[in-house]
Design a protein around this ligand. Structure first.
Ligand SMILES: *Cc1c(COP(=O)(O)O)cnc(C)c1O
Length: 399
């Protein structure tokens, strides 16, 4: 199959075939686990040759990967039209922190959205600050207005769209245009939509980041992250990654590859069930607002309609009045929604969400406490019945 034919394949086809190079699979359907630390060479000449500048995709030493990791990395690159290459990380957080370290130096400033994933903010306020790098927070809905925040010290802009917990959809093309005009590097935490629903490199992003622990792995049993780089941005990332000694284990990469094959169909089902539940919640008197990018209540909904190809099954809703105790009554009695962090697996989850705790650049005001839901692959009617009973508990506790 030529490269051109492959580019024309649709997403469901791509996730089935991506990264399965015959030299890595030897004909085995799912790329097998190649575990290694030591790699033995036939002679010194071979050792030197493989150790030379371009050791990409040549067995050299375990930390540089084996066909198991290369295959998943390659697959993620194939899913991002226009991308150069992908590297894997032991978690989504290490993917984010390594990408930032690759592009920032002491004295630089990075702009982070006020709706950042909390550990991203902790890195900005912690290690980046210690290294003499300033993290400045911006309103996630700022769009082209971000130009006013850019100075000669601004070297990178991170986006996360939609935002963690509160789901503001960012105007990525507008921010990218401002950044490109000023030579500022752009990074996107694209975990929610992933490459299937938001092809980020095509939209001008320089580094697109995934927590593969979510939909790529898809079974809540592996920590894994990835960064996919646009042409011209990969070498820097690779150098920083190697200097930090980071690598993902072949066993985890194997599970990532295995999950990827069904990602399109899982994402579709989770997204459709999530949207149905979000629309149902919107009709309930106990619910003040549903923050789901595909619904008009969500800030940035118009941008979502313009830029995204679909929605993930992760969203929040704000309760009408009540306090933390009433919210707890709702969540504690749920039968089908587990109480736990992360998402993207086959099972539904619910957690209390309180964005006001960490905001510094924008205000968060709500009619009552908020809950974040992840909708998995259970029957949607069962999930709705569970939530209906939960809302009754909430209403009784609220009084
Ligand atoms: C989960 C998540 C991360 C962190 O990924 P881990 O694999 O848990 O380290 C980063 N960003 C977003 C948006 C996430 O949902």
């Amino acid at each position: 199959m030529s490269g051109e034919d492959k580019q024309n394949d649709r997403d469901a086809t791509k996730v089935v075939h991506a990264g399965r190079r015959p030299e890595w699979t030897q004909g085995i359907v799912n790329p097998p686990v190649w575990r290694a630390s030591t790699i033995l060479y036939d002679d010194i000449a071979e050792m030197r040759e493989r150790g030379s500048a371009d050791t990409h995709h040549k067995l050299y030493y375990g930390r540089r990967g084996t066909p198991t990791q290369w295959s998943l990395a390659d697959a993620l690159t194939e899913l991002e039209p226009g991308a150069q290459a992908t590297l894997l990380y032991p978690s989504g957080v290490s993917a984010i922190t390594t990408a930032l370290l690759a592009v920032l130096s002491p004295g630089d400033e990075v702009l982070l959205p006020d709706s950042s994933y909390e550990p991203t903010r902790a890195f900005g306020n912690g290690m980046l600050k210690r290294l003499g790098i300033t993290a400045t927070y911006y309103d996630p809905l700022i769009g082209a207005g971000i130009a006013a925040l850019c100075s000669a010290r601004t070297k990178a802009i991170l986006m996360e769209s939609p935002g963690s917990l509160s789901f503001e959809v960012q105007d990525v093309p507008a921010i990218v245009a401002v950044a490109k005009a000023r030579g500022i590097v752009t990074l996107l935490d694209n975990t929610w939509a992933g490459p299937l629903y938001f092809p980020a490199i095509e939209k001008g992003i320089d580094y697109t980041i995934l927590s593969c622990s979510k939909y790529v792995v898809g079974h809540s049993d592996v920590m894994l992250g990835s960064v996919t780089a646009a042409p011209g941005h990969y070498e820097k990332l690779r150098a920083t990654t190697y200097q930090l000694g980071l690598c993902a284990s072949p066993d985890d990469a194997y599970l990532g590859s295995r999950g990827l094959r069904t990602m399109d169909v899982r994402l579709r089902q989770s997204g459709a069930s999530g949207l149905r539940i979000a629309a149902w919640l919107k009709t309930r008197p106990e619910v003040a607002r549903v923050l789901h990018p595909a619904l008009p209540d969500c800030p940035g909904h118009d941008v979502f309609v313009r830029d995204f190809r679909g929605s993930a099954g992760l969203f929040s809703f704000v309760l009408n009045g009540g306090n933390d105790g009433a919210r707890t009554a709702l969540i504690d009695g749920l039968r089908h929604f587990g109480i736990g962090f992360s998402w993207g697996g086959y099972e539904s989850l619910a957690i209390p969400a309180d964005p006001q705790r960490i905001r510094t650049a924008s205000r968060w005001e709500a009619e009552g406490p908020m809950i974040r839901l992840y909708v998995g692959l259970e029957d949607t009617d069962d999930l709705i019945a569970d939530l209906e009973a939960g809302l009754a508990r909430f209403a009784a506790a609220r009084g």
